[in-house]
Design a protein around this ligand. Structure first.
Ligand code: IMP
Length: 195
């Protein structure tokens, strides 16, 4: 079985490939299929965006497709960056996004720095059948960057059970506890049944 992973985000792709490596399926990316077309996010929720990516990927290739949308929710900032996580700052680079978030939380107490990562996966099997999987992980926004692993907001996402940021842990460990790891684990149960 071949499955398209409709993402252009290299950090996400790396994590997906590791998470799915024990399944008997070939994961193709948009780049593998030379699809340059942008997958702009227009939805108002992680669900809408994940579905749109998956459905568009399926329509373009005819392959069963995984679409994923994820982001960081900070209740103190009225759920921002949320669905705008990727393009939070003007320059929209991972580094600038982290800087902006730290700036907005300057002087804010630890308790109010609660945050959670959310990951929604839609799997479009064919024109009429699609399935949703969701994962979340709770933590706090640290006071400064720590660690260089991962991508996006990982260096400022403090995970209390380990006393480290996601930037300070290996991908293997992150995959066991992360929002994406949890959503993919549900997806794997489903796909094993299907196969
Ligand atoms: P999108 O799903 O392509 O809109 O991108 C989601 C954005 O959320 C990424 O660009 C990151 O900034 C952030 N994000 C999602 N998952 C993670 C993660 O596992 N670690 C760090 N940042 C993440």
């Amino acid at each position: 079985m071949k499955i398209l992973l409709a993402t252009t985000n290299q950090g996400k792709k790396r994590e997906f490939l590791k998470l799915l490596k024990d399944l008997n399926i070939k994961i193709l990316s948009l780049k593998d299929l030379c699809i340059e077309e942008g997958f702009k996010e227009k939805g108002r929720s992680f669900e809408e965006n994940a579905f749109e990516k998956a459905y568009k990927g399926f329509l373009l290739t005819g392959l069963p497709t995984i679409g994923e949308d994820s982001g960081l929710i900070v209740p103190y900032l009225y759920t921002l960056p949320g669905i705008y996580s990727k393009r939070f700052s003007e320059k929209a680079t991972d580094e600038e996004n982290r800087k902006l978030l730290l700036k907005l939380l300057r002087g804010v107490s630890f308790e109010k720095r609660r945050a959670k990562f959310v990951c929604v996966i839609y799997f479009v099997l064919n024109k009429n059948n699609f399935f949703k999987f969701k994962g979340e992980v709770e933590g706090f926004i640290s006071y400064e960057e720590r660690g260089k692993s991962g991508f996006g907001y990982d260096p400022i996402f403090l995970y209390p059970p380990l006393g480290r940021t996601f930037g300070e842990i290996d991908t293997e460990i992150k995959n066991l506890i992360s929002h994406r790891g949890k959503a993919v684990s549900e997806f794997k149960k489903f796909i094993k049944n299907l196969l």
